[in-house]
Design a protein around this ligand. Structure first.
Ligand code: SAM
Length: 438
């Protein structure tokens, strides 16, 4: 086992490995297949997942897991290779997105369904007419009426409500969910949410997109993605998707799989007090009626500022030092950081349980700085993995090409800020921390 000092030294002397920067890839590569169905903060690029699989899976049959699947980059990649894919995310919107992204649909059938939705007349005279005339009541979830009024103009609220009503008429769940993902994706641009902001902020001068036009464009884009994905996924998976895809809305500490059944884990965890995922997805959450109580929902997220433990202690000594250093500056933030690392140590225990002997877990993670204190996430992960039973197998240091992630964080709050406003470098580099079982 490596001591905390050895771990710190390992990171200090690590050189950037250019093979893992993927600078040569264009948005059309990183957004290929279904990868571009829905925006998602801090998603990683499929090329990174593909390279990890290439390096660590030599068998034709494999099981890949991601305890924080987010918008499903690992899951989609595993399915594209004909592997089993499993995992969890606590975010209900993530589940919908990932499920749809990893479910290839027969292109002819999808084409028929989209045409039916957009132009044919099976429902009340066709969608165009439905939207332009008062022949259908908009479907606006009552529980979130106030929030919807807060984020949407009256006209867009009605138009979105009508689209949602017609989506809900669709009997085929796979197609309905496909439409719901397109609907969810357009919400931000159709609202007065401040463009480009990862914080829930209104822009009263914004001219929001027109819902039906935006919806049509998104469907067309997704249809192309689906058709390319359908061609890629092996037939055995197309015919028996349920045998391959096993994803749940659940906590990362409860994987829906048996002991020693997984070959490789590829994941990127949340960060402490950076994105509040529950807030970020609130437009989808309210329209799709996914959480009754947003406040309670937030507490289930790892890395949230809404959680702290009174009595439990973190195992990592590097983490303890960070928490102590922060305690003098902000006891509240110190507690949040401690809670985050405690939660992550439990996730690593669960990773160890599900991996086969010889299996690896790979965490893509960057270090950051909060209130002047270095938060050495990657170093803590490497140390903590050992207490769960892993050997530190490999550390990869990689540059993050500018176009892929926001680069700056606000040093005061730790949240992502626009590049002009931020006063600290966020992720000029990040690490892939790889633990080996056995
Ligand atoms: C960095 S993102 C993962 C992004 C993912 N790699 C992708 O490519 O889309 C971290 C994810 O952790 C999820 N998360 C937060 N707390 C969780 C918990 N307790 N259990 C499972 N997932 C959680 C968030 O909802 C978010 O989707």
């Amino acid at each position: 086992m490596k001591s905390p000092e050895e771990i710190l030294d390992l990171f200090n002397t690590k050189k950037i490995d250019k093979d893992w920067s993927f600078v040569e890839y264009k948005p059309s590569d990183t957004g290929k297949w279904t990868h571009d169905y829905h925006r998602y903060p801090a998603k990683f690029i499929p090329q990174l997942v593909e390279k990890l699989i290439d390096e660590y899976v030599s068998e034709k049959v494999a099981h890949i897991n991601d305890p924080f699947y987010g918008c499903g980059t690992t899951i989609v990649t595993a399915i594209s290779r004909g592997f089993k894919a499993s995992g969890t995310d606590i975010n209900k919107v993530s589940y919908l997105i990932t499920k749809v992204k990893s479910t290839p649909i027969d292109p002819d059938y999808l084409d028929k369904k989209i045409n039916e939705f957009l132009s044919k007349e099976p429902l009340l005279g066709g969608i165009q007419k439905i939207l332009s005339e008062d022949v259908i009541q908009p479907f606006i979830p009552e529980t979130h009426f106030e929030r919807i009024n807060y984020w949407f103009t009256e006209q867009n609220k009605i138009e979105l409500g009508k689209i949602l009503r017609v989506i809900n008429y669709e009997d085929d769940e796979i197609i309905r969910n496909f439409f719901l993902v397109a609907f969810s994706h357009i919400l931000k641009n159709c609202s007065i949410w401040l463009q480009g902001s990862t914080k829930p902020t209104r822009d009263l001068n914004k001219i929001p997109n027109k819902p039906f036009d935006a919806f049509k464009r998104q469907l067309t884009k997704m249809q192309k993605g689906n058709n390319a994905f359908y061609k890629t996924v092996p037939k055995k998976v197309l015919d028996n998707l349920d045998d391959y895809l096993n994803i749940k809305i659940d906590d990362a500490r409860e994987q829906p799989v048996g002991d020693a059944t997984v070959d490789l884990i590829i994941s990127s965890s949340p960060y402490v007090t950076s994105y509040e995922y529950a807030d970020l997805h609130q437009l989808s959450t309210i329209w799709l009626d996914l959480a009754e109580n947003l406040k309670e929902y937030r507490k289930e997220f790892i890395g949230t500022a809404y959680k702290m433990y009174e009595t439990r202690k973190v195992r990592s000594k590097i983490a303890t030092r960070i928490v102590n250093e922060m305690f003098d500056i902000s006891p509240k933030m110190a507690k949040e950081i401690e809670a985050f690392f405690i939660d992550m140590e439990e996730v690593f225990d669960e990773n160890f349980r599900i991996l086969k002997n010889g299996g690896r877990c790979c965490y893509v993670i960057g270090d950051t700085r909060l209130k002047g204190v270095d938060i050495l996430n990657a170093e803590v992960f490497a140390e903590s993995l050992q207490y769960s039973g892993f050997k530190v197998d490999r550390i990869i240091k990689r540059e993050i090409p500018l176009k892929i992630l926001p680069q700056k964080r606000d040093e005061e709050t730790g949240r992502f800020a626009s590049n002009d406003n931020a006063n600290s470098e966020a992720y000029p580099v990040e690490y892939i921390v790889i633990g080996l079982k056995g």
